[in-house]
Ligand binder design. Structure first.
Ligand code: NAD
Ligand code: UD1
Length: 326
């Protein structure tokens, strides 16, 4: 049934997180009534406060807690489920805790939705499910051996989405590749290589490349991701044929290229020095070699394409960090 964005009441779990806060802010701007649920385990109170000031209803609570879920789901008609233990290394250290949050709590959330007759779900999966698959770019039907409990947990989420679709739900899982952009933390368990490198290089510290720097990633801007999430929560569905879609740019960038691009952008802004040359560190265990999304399915079925180039996205982060304004 066509939905009017102005009447959509959207719950964003993990709404105080990097992607969730951007998504919740965009949903508010697009006219949704927004609730965010977050336990602030990696999310920030400041994001919660900003969203509340912008008109969101905020629920401070754990998605594992039935009362928190009940409160968050009140009056909602679409769920964007982003709350998760999102760190691969942490999932290796404590697989049970990762399964508890990412799989069991998600299953409970879906049961609660069913009880309330709520069948619209947009769920964050991850390119981590590809594991050590051969062949680039990664098409949705090609998956290899998963390398972490985190990847297993996202795979289990995708299976739950598949089951719900068989029951007639409007449910979809999105395999995010490496999301970056404003608001991503440069410290803590859920940081990423881009905020770490931008922070270091702007502070005249050399970045360290783990394992040589020839590994590649598909870096996708958070605004492109948020736009897709909000649209899927509110638009009429022609029932996309797939349960799972890649969300990346279809381009791979080696870490060495990433450093070179950052260095060139910093030189163009008058920063020079040895810190623009990376240090070399040992490879990180469990690291994937190459990662690049095939976008044929999402482009054909959903008409989605990324719009922010890596050069522009990195330039924006550097300008914000150096106080040049953006
Ligand atoms: P994030 O850590 O910034 O956001 C996750 C949010 O969920 C945080 O605010 C955290 O406090 C909250 N949360 C965690 N456990 C919770 C719980 N038990 N109850 C309530 N809230 C809880 O991470 P992000 O980068 O914004 O990731 C969002 C989603 O996207 C996650 O599901 C992650 O696995 C997925 N993802 C992210 C990337 C990426 O590149 N950032 C890539 C692939 C998938
Ligand atoms: C990322 C996501 C993960 C997601 C997965 C999808 C983050 C934080 N993690 O993992 O949630 O499921 O993609 O594929 O976004 N590196 C360095 N030096 C540093 C830091 C990192 O060389 O100081 C390297 C890492 O070894 C790795 C690459 O940069 O090879 C990317 O690392 P990272 O940003 O942590 O993301 P992924 O491990 O790809």
């Amino acid at each position: 049934m066509p939905r009017n964005p102005e009447t959509v009441k959207t719950l964003v779990t993990g709404g105080a997180g990097f992607i969730g806060a951007r998504c919740a802010a965009l949903a508010l701007e697009s006219g949704h009534e927004v609730t965010v649920l977050d336990d602030l385990s990696t999310g920030l109170r400041s994001r919660f406060d900003a969203l509340e000031a912008a008109g969101a209803r905020v629920v401070l609570g754990d998605v594992r807690d039935a009362n928190a879920r009940a409160s968050a789901l009140e009056g909602v008609d679409a769920v964007i489920h982003l709350a998760a233990q999102g760190s691969v290394p942490r999932s290796m250290e404590d697989p049970e805790a990762t399964m508890d949050v990412n799989v069991h709590a998600t299953d409970r959330l879906l049961e609660d939705m069913e009880e309330r007759g709520l069948y619209r779900l947009v769920l964050a999966s991850s390119a981590a499910v590809y594991g050590d698959v051969d062949g680039l770019p990664h098409t949705e039907d090609l998956v290899g051996a998963r390398q972490s409990p985190y990847a297993d947990s996202k795979w289990a989420n995708e299976q739950a989405v598949l089951r719900r679709r068989q029951q007639g739900w409007e449910a979809i899982a999105l395999r995010f590749f490496n999301v970056y952009g404003p608001g991503q933390r440069s410290e803590g368990p859920n940081t990423g290589v881009i905020p770490i490198f931008v922070k270091k290089m702007c502070a005249k510290e050399a970045p360290t490349l783990f394992g040589g720097g020839s590994q590649t990633r598909d870096f996708v801007h958070v605004d492109d991701v948020a736009r897709l999430l909000v649209r899927l929560a509110s638009d009429a569905w022609s029932h996309p044929p797939r349960a799972v879609y890649n969300v990346g740019t279809g381009k791979q960038t080696s870490l060495l290229e990433l450093v070179q691009t950052l260095a060139a952008a910093l030189r163009a802004r008058g920063l020079k020095g040895d810190h623009l040359i990376p240090l070399m560190g040992p490879a990180r265990s469990g690291d994937l070699d190459h990662s690049m999304a095939d976008l044929a399915a999402i482009t054909a079925d959903l008409g989605w394409r990324p719009t922010v180039s890596l050069d522009d996205g990195l330039g924006e982060l550097i300008d914000a960090r150096l106080g040049h304004g953006v």
